[in-house]
Ligand binder design. Structure first.
Ligand SMILES: [Zn+2]
Length: 370
């Protein structure tokens, strides 16, 4: 088997400058390389509507950081509207709508945005294929894809089945300059049906990806195109009580070393992503970043930040959520219940939480947008 050798990691790093806006293809690779050589990572924030999407771009602009914006299938469906009858169609069109919104606005925020879709298990392969259909049509029209990358999470399937399906998908994406994120090993968490009780046996081998699996993924996928890997190193989706599971970032280090050694590549040849990072200790995050992690998902914490800010406002302005005009004082509450008032607070809550995330990941002030 011949394997394409990517020597980008061996070149001395030159400063990268990209046009602001959605980045794809070689620009996406250049941004990832800038993160890895600069020793920082970008938060990948799940959005569900224009409120959260705009809040993420605002936060990135304020912190002079680039950012990754992603949609889960549920988030995409919500973006299209929960009332749409055909759920699959809503998941596809909601993602397309969000992507078009980001393409139109991101450049005006002056930062680089990687557009991505989150976990798609086996049953959601038609969702990804549907988005790629739209992506191909967009590519024909504009010469650019809609998304920077999509994800397939077939980590519950046998390794060879997982990789065969990822190879099929990457063959559709690569000609448009799109990348594919894959998952190896089971990351614990609600969406995986792996609850905290199941994690008590922390040495459960399935929670820790084996470096040999990462090597196999490299052999199958690198000849086709750009792929990124979510490897399990004890990370858990969602926030659980600490102590249930042990983070072992050295799994990432060992995977990088195995691939580099086997194929004669430079330091940290793989582009790694960190799922289930909410609530992780900053030292473990920094350690993971030093092993080539350029992306860390954040969803639970920004959801709470949005809700918390609005919850406080509702608590302090309860009457305005019960009456248009105060029954005793005749005071009109229009200014208080105007959705712009409290949705804006939710947006600001998200932006504040992301300011912390940029700092934790070391990306503050590092935007490559010219
Ligand atoms: Zn995952």
């Amino acid at each position: 088997m011949t394997v394409a050798v990517d020597r980008a990691a061996e070149r001395p790093s030159e400063p990268v400058h990209l046009e602001p806006g959605v980045v794809t293809g070689d620009d996406y690779r250049a941004l990832v390389a800038a993160c890895k050589s600069g020793g920082y990572a970008l938060p990948a924030v799940n959005i569900v509507g224009t409120n959260s999407l705009n809040a993420v771009m605002e936060a990135a602009a304020k912190n002079k950081s680039d950012v990754i914006i992603q949609l889960s299938n549920g988030g995409a469906q919500f973006f299209a509207g929960q009332g749409m009858e055909d759920a699959l169609q809503a998941k596809i069109l909601g993602a397309v709508s969000a992507a078009r919104h980001a393409h139109l606005l991101a450049q005006h925020y002056g930062i680089c945005v990687i557009l991505h879709t989150d976990h798609a298990h086996k049953s959601l392969i038609p969702w990804v294929d549907g988005m790629v259909d739209h992506g191909e049509a967009h590519f024909k029209e504009t010469g650019r894809p809609l998304f920077s990358s999509h994800m397939l999470d077939l980590s519950e399937e046998p390794l060879e089945e997982n990789l065969a399906e990822c190879a099929r998908m990457l063959k559709r994406l690569a000609p448009m300059g799109m990348a594919l994120e894959i998952e190896l090993g089971v990351t614990g968490g609600e969406e995986d049906g792996v609850g905290s009780e199941d994690l008590e046996a922390a040495d459960n081998a399935k929670l820790y990806t084996q470096p040999e699996e990462v090597l196999r993924a490299y052999e199958v996928l690198s000849p086709i195109g750009h792929f990124t890997v979510a490897a399990s190193f004890g990370n858990v989706h969602g926030v659980y009580k600490p102590g249930n599971v042990q983070l072992r970032p050295e799994i990432l280090k060992n995977s990088q070393a195995l691939v580099a050694e086997r194929y004669g590549l430079g330091h940290n040849p793989l582009d790694l992503v960190f799922h289930g990072g909410s609530g992780s200790e900053p030292e473990k995050i920094a350690e993971a970043v030093s092993y080539g992690v350029f992306k860390m998902n954040i969803d639970t914490d920004t959801q709470f930040a949005f809700a918390h800010a609005i919850g406080q406002y509702v608590e302090n302005n309860l009457a305005a959520f019960r009456h248009q005009i105060d029954p005793e004082t005749d005071k009109p509450y229009k200014k208080q219940y105007d959705p712009r008032k409290w949705l804006r607070l939710g947006e600001q809550g998200v932006a504040e939480r992301l300011t912390e995330a940029f700092a934790d990941l070391g990306s503050t002030g590092k935007s490559v947008a010219r």
